[in-house]
Ligand binder design. Sequence first.
Ligand code: GLU
Length: 526
Amino acid sequence: MRLQNLYSINILSMSNVRVRFAPSPTGPLHIGGVRTALYNYLFAKKNGGTFILRIEDTDQTRYVPEAEEYIIKSLAWFGLTPEEGPGLGGDFGPYRQSERKDMYGQYATELVEKGHAYYCFDTSEELTVWRKKNEAEKNHSAKYNHATRMSMRNSLSLSQEETDRLLKEGENITVRLNVPEGRTIHIKDEVRGDVSFESDELDDKIILKGDGMPTYHLANIVDDHLMEITHVIRGEEWLPSTAHHVLMYEMFGWTAPSFSHLPLILKPVGSGKLSKRDGAKFGFPVFPLEWFDKEENVTYQGFKEDGYLPEAVTNFISLLGWNPGNDEEMFTLDELIEAFDPARIVKSGAKFDVDKAKWFNQQYIIAKPNTELAEMLMPMAKERGYDVSEDFMIKFAELMKERAEMMPDFFTAGAFFFEMPTEIDEKMAKKKYKLENRTHFDALIGSMEGMQQFTSSALESVVKSYIAEQELSFGAIMPILRLGTCGTMKGPDLFETMELLGQETVVSRMKDSIEKFTVLKNAQNG
Ligand code: GLU
């Protein structure tokens, strides 16, 4: 009976898991953001919980209008669909903080009334003068906090009368958190264990700005509370802010969610956080989809445009900061949900390894059904001006998939399937072609022309029996057949290639090529 009760309590609490991905729409989604979204998604799904998208757009100065749509499209590309969010509905909306802006003021007031926050009347000019003075005096650690607040213009330092007067004037009043003195603030981070901060090192953060908008700190915790978020999973850069957040939960008398701070994604070489410049420098994307940066007037290619499959990128980034505890590397999204254990998120930063990313992509290309690959390849072929049938594309996908790391590789490594390359491997042609074999090639071309069924097996038997009858070596014939039809020595099985190219194409290419090789050889012989 007891056990049964425990079990049902467990189920109940598990299904209450609510996590959020809370990006600020200040630009495109960085690969680190995608990983944060992914871990939140996996954790929610693993626990039968809810994955929420919340747009944190309270900082209007950094707002980029296209960013929200970009974020939503990117999540969709990976299949990380939120259950609640802007445009999706849910019982805890709106999910855009700008649409919730009227909710926050009362919480700031509540903290002021409880003595946990106070009004500030310092103008930005006054604050600039103060900062400059501190700099000049090399007082670098000076902060707006317990040590300095009484020398500033705020409701703690000014008389009640003066405060009331300034509040009535109502110009540019901010609200700051009254961070207590001499406290050690403990954070239980699920990734890092116990982390502590000295309150004396913290500043009295602004929670409500002069325009009445909340800052990130207030909006973030009010929304996490109102949206009943149970677990906060976010990047390590937010760990220091968590000290303020934990204090605020305490001040409101709310239960704080559990916190997990994810390690940084590091540059492929050297140290430091992966930036968009690294992507450009090392030749790999750091954004999921193409992004046009208006300020720089530069378009950044995304993983999608570079020819990565979303499932490969998901698999790859899942392992940047987490491991399954064994050697297994290949995980579909469903398998990740199954395997994901937040206890195995690591503390140390994870290096972005582009070769590994490509390796994953190749594995997913190989594993993908040919019909699905063909579906992706058809529009790519069209863009390149090739008009081929779907059947052709399915077979092409089958033949070339082992040779493509990225989707566009199909069209570089397999270019000869669409047209005879203008640049052929002449060096190899000169080496392998012997003028005395001309008659053999003419005979072989003749036999190919006469074939009723132009299949790989029929081709194989025609060519092989000719070689045997004439007592020739494979090395004298096969390379020239390949060069003659493909222009290169690199490619999938030759007979299969020929079958797909078709009788007419193979025969006409071979005729042309033999002429060319003869000319080349004559020129070489002087
Ligand atoms: N808006 C913050 C960001 O852009 C959210 C941080 C958090 O998850 O609390 O990353």
